[in-house]
Ligand binder design. Structure first.
Ligand code: SF4
Length: 348
């Protein structure tokens, strides 16, 4: 494919989606977009990108914000370590680099949460460094075009595609080449229902010519999803106050708030949980009335969460270290994980 890079860029100029981060080379804005898009679809990320920049229009604004403000802005997007890392890095840029954003691949890698992929994306888009970015779209496009059978979730598969992608990038328009290749995968060479007949590369595409479009790319089977059972207690006292606490441990949802919670290693009856020592510590005598039970299944990349939220009415809570007593109307001012946030919205 002699003119691959120029044909691809030509296709991109005619077909690219109009997205706000494509109208700028400001590294702060590109960084925000790249971090948001790490685990998020473009249509969902777009809203968060605009909102984030409204709240924090510059790295200085982000550095000066509190962690709660940053997490509130990120609420619902998931993978909250991304927001915490950005906040940490913004403070590093302002305090250690005098507010000057890192200007090359190597120094971008010093930012917390920025790995080789994101550093390559920012340095190629903002500084035209000869770095090639490889995501799931690129894997799909190149395995099909060049008939690569190596599973893409293996070390060899990744290496092969990265080297091939880099060799196809002439080094002249690095940012555009990277975005064009990913956009081609997102819009034209899609995972399913591929419209090969309208493709500019159909005459030379290995998969199309050899009828292997539905087979490539190949993946090795891996199954490492772990089940977790989280039992939350929404305990409302006579003043409509509930107990909440910030999650501090190195675990999912670090830094967000939650209700009192007991984690079990299997499904347990609610009555059994309410007799446990862990639960009794939250009560201060008197009657406990169960008002409702909500069951939710929530999927994360490597976890399946079986969430149960029990709504309870008591006369009085116990005062417990680490827990805040917050009026139920004030809960909207705290950042909760997505399933708990949805619950709060539902019962308000
Ligand atoms: S011909 Fe089909 S499989 Fe090949 S690159 Fe084009 S869209 Fe992808």
């Amino acid at each position: 494919m002699i003119n691959f890079s120029s044909d691809l860029i030509l296709w991109y100029k005619e077909n690219e989606r109009s997205l706000p981060w494509r109208l700028t080379k400001d590294p702060y804005r590109i960084w925000v977009s790249e971090i948001i898009l790490q685990q998020t679809r473009v249509d969902q990320g777009l809203m968060y990108y605009k909102r984030f920049l409204q709240h924090f229009p510059s790295v200085k604004h982000l550095a000066e914000a509190s962690e709660d403000e940053v997490l509130m802005c990120w609420q619902g997007l998931g993978y909250y370590s991304r927001a915490r890392n950005m906040h940490f890095s913004a403070k590093y840029i302002v305090n250690e680099l005098k507010g000057v954003f890192p200007e090359n691949y190597e120094s971008l890698l010093n930012l917390k949460g920025v790995g080789t992929y994101t550093a390559a994306a920012i340095s190629s888009i903002c500084y035209n460094e000869h770095r090639t970015v490889v995501d799931g779209n690129v894997f799909r496009v190149l395995t099909r075009l060049f008939g690569i059978e190596t599973p893409i979730n293996t070390g060899n598969g990744k290496k092969e595609i990265k080297e091939l992608a880099h060799s196809l990038n002439t080094g002249e328009q690095n940012g555009i080449f990277n975005q064009a290749l990913m956009e081609f995968g997102a819009l034209q060479c899609k995972p399913k229902q591929v419209d090969c007949l309208s493709c500019v590369f159909k005459d030379s595409c290995f998969a199309y010519i050899n009828n292997r479009v539905d087979i490539l790319p190949k993946k090795e089977k891996k199954n490492i999803v772990k089940n977790r059972y989280l039992n939350f207690f929404y305990i409302k006292d006579g003043n409509n106050d509930v107990l909440i606490k910030r999650r501090e441990k190195k675990d999912i949802w670090k830094g967000l708030f939650e209700f009192p919670m007991i984690e079990t290693n299997k499904h347990c009856e609610s009555s059994e949980l309410m007799l446990s020592q862990e639960f009794v510590q939250f009560l201060n005598g008197g009657e406990t009335v169960v008002k409702g039970i909500k069951e939710i299944t929530h999927l994360l990349t490597h976890r399946k969460l079986f969430i149960r939220i029990m709504e309870l009415k008591v006369d009085k809570h116990n005062n417990i270290d680490d827990y805040l007593q917050v009026n139920n109307k004030e809960l909207v001012n705290y950042a909760f994980p997505k399933p708990l946030q949805a619950y709060i919205e539902e019962i308000k």
